[in-house]
Design a protein around this ligand. Structure first.
Ligand code: GRF
Length: 196
């Protein structure tokens, strides 16, 4: 069983999907939620499901490595970023190298980087006249949205779409794919991936 920690700053709709997806799994389970916002709705989601939650401030996250002890106490083997807006510090990237992933609401490397989050991403996609957008799931390194890409899925952008319309379509893709891609990454054995 791999214990997952989900890091989220916002509403946590992906965190909820992932938590519920793995609730009955015999391979992975969400055991900890970490947020940098004391009033983030994701914390209520954790409370409702009896999952321990930790709220971190900047000093805790960047100027100490105390988080590593908490992750160890909960035997966390894999970290899932789902709307966590802070850059991940080196000590954490190293400790969870190739065991920490993020989802971005666009087709990286386009429309990523510092400041590209939420509706801003979809506004930029719309302003550029893109006919297609999507999601990117990638490993986390020390730069925003630059880790190796694991998975992408696409959807169309229609001429009449508002950024909110685009956001809705992209979010549906996130909910559909993020839990399943995690399952593939965490739960499949090399034999599952072998070519028959
Ligand atoms: C998602 O769009 C994800 O791609 C981005 O942050 C958003 C989180 O949304 N990294 P939610 O809080 O899970 O609804």
């Amino acid at each position: 069983m791999t214990n997952l920690a989900v890091f989220a700053s916002g509403t946590g709709s992906n965190a909820r999907c992932i938590t519920d997806f793995f609730a009955q799994s015999d391979c992975a389970r969400v055991r900890l939620v970490v947020s940098n916002k004391p009033d983030a709705p994701v914390l209520a989601m954790a409370r409702e499901r009896g999952i321990p939650a930790l709220v971190v401030d900047r000093a805790y996250f960047y100027e100490s490595e105390r988080l590593l002890s908490v992750l160890a106490e909960h035997s966390i083997g894999f970290i899932v970023l789902a709307g966590f807006l802070w850059l991940v510090p080196t000590y954490l990237v190293r400790a969870y190298w190739r065991r920490m992933v993020n989802i971005h609401p666009a087709l990286l490397p386009a429309y990523g980087g510092k400041g590209m989050y939420g509706l801003r991403v979809h506004e930029a996609v719309k302003a550029a006249g893109e006919r297609e957008t999507g999601i990117t799931i990638h490993y986390v390194n020390e730069r925003y949205d630059e880790g190796d890409i694991i998975f992408q899925a696409r959807c169309s952008v229609l001429p009449a779409d508002t950024p909110t319309d685009i956001a809705r379509r992209v979010q549906a893709l996130e909910h559909e794919h993020y839990p399943r891609v995690l399952e593939r990454l965490i739960c499949s054995t090399p034999a599952d991936n072998a070519v028959a």
